[in-house]
Design a protein around this ligand. Structure first.
Ligand code: SER
Length: 338
């Protein structure tokens, strides 16, 4: 008998940390795949850890042989800044890796007779606005507007949203024997995420979390975007909530396969002000990296997440003030004090 389990790829990444805590609390058997070994406190919550790349087909074969997976959180990805330095590797991991996982989920579903729920975090990087004027005029963009990303990561995410929709609705549509069930693909298009317990690696919205963590460590920070830069953000507990809530929503309530979700959208200067208030010794300067700035400028200043609110009741707990006062600052303080 194979054990009924949930599979998490990219488990040791930022979202993985919070998500595994949440899944472990619910008592689920968790199987992970990550390129790096999990830290011991995380590893203890997991039934089986596979260390290796999602592009390695044998790892997924082993998971399929041993576990009856009914839910996948496919978090593994190379983020936007890193992907610009190694676009072909980014495509391999972000696109080919996702294709493998979708095939894996299809096969799992066929082997146990129930569609596998496939949770996929996409990103505001799926948008691409041509200039600042347009960005200002566009305001809160809807899922289907401005889908012209300018980064490899954004192209990868947008394409994988479509791949997921294909697997959910049209997979092998011309086959004589249509598969008994299709992958139940569900995607949250996230804004920049800010966690109190981890620092991101290789993203372009990283200036916000980097600024906060540097101040808490008493280190100087040179912010790589202009003070007036504005994009949407969300605190990590809300991101984990969003994924868990969407995963457990009855299928018939969902009118889309990909949903915007957001919480607050301060400028870099507003973030800096709150950080300086919390850590009065913070030394924050501005040293704009024009190329990374151009990427952030191509992302919307806000997104319309009305569909997520209507269909599955998305309602973030943390607005800008509460995210800092009740989550980021106390948790980060405690972390660095320890
Ligand atoms: N935080 C991501 C990045 O900056 C965007 O999804 O790449």
């Amino acid at each position: 008998m194979r054990t009924a389990s949930v599979l998490v790829t990219g488990a040791s990444g930022e979202i993985g940390h919070g998500l595994i805590d949440r899944l472990a609390q619910s008592g689920r058997s968790i199987v992970t795949v990550d390129i790096a070994p999990l830290e011991p406190p995380l590893a203890r919550k997991v039934r089986r850890e596979f260390t290796g790349s999602i592009t390695d087909k044998w790892i997924l074969e082993r998971v399929l042989a041993e576990f009856e997976v009914d839910l996948v959180f496919h978090l593994a990805a190379l983020l936007s800044t890193r992907s610009e330095f190694t676009p072909v590797t980014a495509h391999e991991v972000n696109v080919e890796g996702t294709l493998r996982l979708l095939e894996f989920a299809q096969h799992e579903g066929e082997s146990h007779g129930r569609p596998v729920v496939f949770m996929y975090p996409s990103s505001i990087a799926a948008y691409g606005l041509p200039d600042l004027d347009t960005k200002t005029r566009a305001g809160r963009v809807h899922e289907d507007e401005w889908n012209t990303p300018s980064t490899m990561y954004g192209c990868n995410k947008l394409y994988c949203e479509h791949l997921g929709r294909y697997y959910a609705r049209y997979y092998k549509q011309l086959a004589v024997d249509t598969p008994p069930g299709r992958v139940d693909f569900r995607c949250v298009r996230f804004p920049g995420l800010i966690s109190a317990v981890t620092v991101p690696a290789g993203g372009t919205s990283d200036y916000a979390p980097e600024m906060i963590h540097a101040a808490a460590r008493g280190e100087p920070y040179a912010c790589f975007v202009r003070p007036d830069t504005r994009i949407p953000f969300m605190a990590m507990p809300d991101a984990v909530d969003a994924l868990s809530t969407l995963a457990s929503t009855p299928r018939e309530k969902l009118s889309r396969t990909a949903y915007n979700a957001t919480a607050f959208n301060p400028t870099a200067k507003e973030i800096c002000e709150v950080v300086v208030q919390a850590f009065p010794g913070a030394r924050i300067t501005w040293q704009v990296d024009k190329k990374r700035q151009a990427i952030v400028d191509s992302w919307p200043m806000d997104v319309n997440d009305g569909a997520a609110r209507r269909d599955w009741g998305f309602a973030p707990r943390y607005d800008f003030r509460r995210a800092f006062d009740e989550y980021l600052i106390p948790t980060i303080r405690e972390r660095y004090a320890a």
